[in-house]
Design a protein around this ligand. Structure first.
Ligand code: TYC
Length: 131
């Protein structure tokens, strides 16, 4: 383990871009050859790419297969074939990926699925995990 958070971009200089006075886009804090100290903490000229989250569907014994297919089509824009494949994967393996999204979108989808399942009185569970 390097101690550098995953997602930290090493080496590649940032494209130059106008910023506040004294902001050089982080270049002055870039370490020299062989030294990675400072790279993880340097000032960012631009916000980080939002981290991604997998939305997971969990199997249960009671939710009808047809309902899960409807959910996958409605909230994850899958066609019938894709939705059926993912539903069967979850049915057989216990868990499956519905999609990968920035946090707020992933969280919204989880809530939409859970609300929809509750409204139809099915115990279907959906959750998210960092990708
Ligand atoms: N196991 C359910 C059944 O046999 C079907 C099912 C599939 C339920 C996927 C949930 O995420 C799920 N009716």
């Amino acid at each position: 383990m390097s101690g550098i958070p995953s997602g930290t971009r090493l080496g590649a200089p940032l494209p130059s871009r106008a910023g506040p006075p004294g902001d050089d886009g982080g270049r002055t804090n870039q370490a020299g050859p062989g030294a990675d100290v400072g790279l993880a903490t340097r000032t960012r000229a631009r916000p980080k790419k939002p981290s991604q989250f997998r939305v997971l569907m969990l199997n249960d014994d009671y939710t009808p297969m047809e309902f899960v297919v409807i959910v996958l089509k409605r909230f994850f824009q899958m066609d019938l074939e894709q939705a059926t494949r993912v539903m069967l994967h979850v049915h057989q393996k216990g868990v499956g990926v519905c999609g990968v999204f920035p946090y707020e979108i992933a969280e919204t989808k989880v809530n939409q699925v859970m609300d929809f399942a509750r409204k139809h009185q099915h115990p279907l569970q959906c959750t998210l995990e960092k990708a």
